[in-house]
Design a protein. Sequence first.
Length: 321
Amino acid sequence: MDPTGDLLLEAPADGGLTTGAVARLLGVAPTTLRSWDRRYGIGPAAREDGRHRRWSGADIAALRNMCALTSAGLPPAEAARTVLAGTSRAGTSDAPAGPRSGQVSRAPGPLPVGRARQECRGLARAAVRLDAPAMDELLTAVLDRYGLPVAWDEVMMPALHAVGHKWETAGERYIEVEHLLSWHVSGALRGVADRPPAPGAGLALLACAPGETHTLALEALAATLAQQAQPVRMFGAAVPAGALEDAVRRTGPAAVVLWAQSRGTASRSLVDRLDAIEWGVRGARRRSVVCVAGPGWAGRQSPGARHLTGLAHAVDVLATL
């Protein structure tokens, strides 16, 4: 498969593409392209007015080989030497060129993101290359362009699912990719600007079920609610049942969202206990609306809980409370 996906990389007739355009096509940060040019000479043959980079078809082919070689495990400096020497096979074969004879590479292959958005494919390629600057730039761009719900549903989550599937089937080989991608997605979510809570808006308490460590979906929900001026308390991973019950009594939330990634952490008995908690003065006692979210609840919802099926649905439901 062409490592650039379905994108046409031929330069236009007007003399080449800008660095930003090439970066979007390849899923590489512009800073990475400038670094490759400055450090290794993998740059455009011609520059507009002697200063601005304009990438021709041949220049982009060299970059494509560079991406393939670094994804296959070669250090950037050695990949650049291979490209400049004209010995790379990446431009004439569907398979990325590998390391030189005698080298053993444990770098993983591409992530199976399917027919995802172009930005998702770029994020997946950057994650496989362990290209932190590219991931940060792509995440910032999609949040600015699409907003958080779409960026999460159509870019971040598909990439996370793809690396999670690879991690499950390939063992430890993809752990470093999954950890780095998760860290940068979490950082991007925490960087979303929030707004002061709206007066009278009901508090949402978000927590993972006891023993559950997957927090990114809740982080996306917390960031979206805060961005929409909804008050939220995010308790994160593996909250013990007693601590969660105490937090509900102390804060009196309008809603409690309990996340479970696996069936083993989806506790119906905890949902029932949370649903039974009351607070307030006698004669005006109140209860939280308990919501469950995550694949672990499939077929295990308690009759007293509301099932949230995705980020947009969760935001809509909680807004009504």
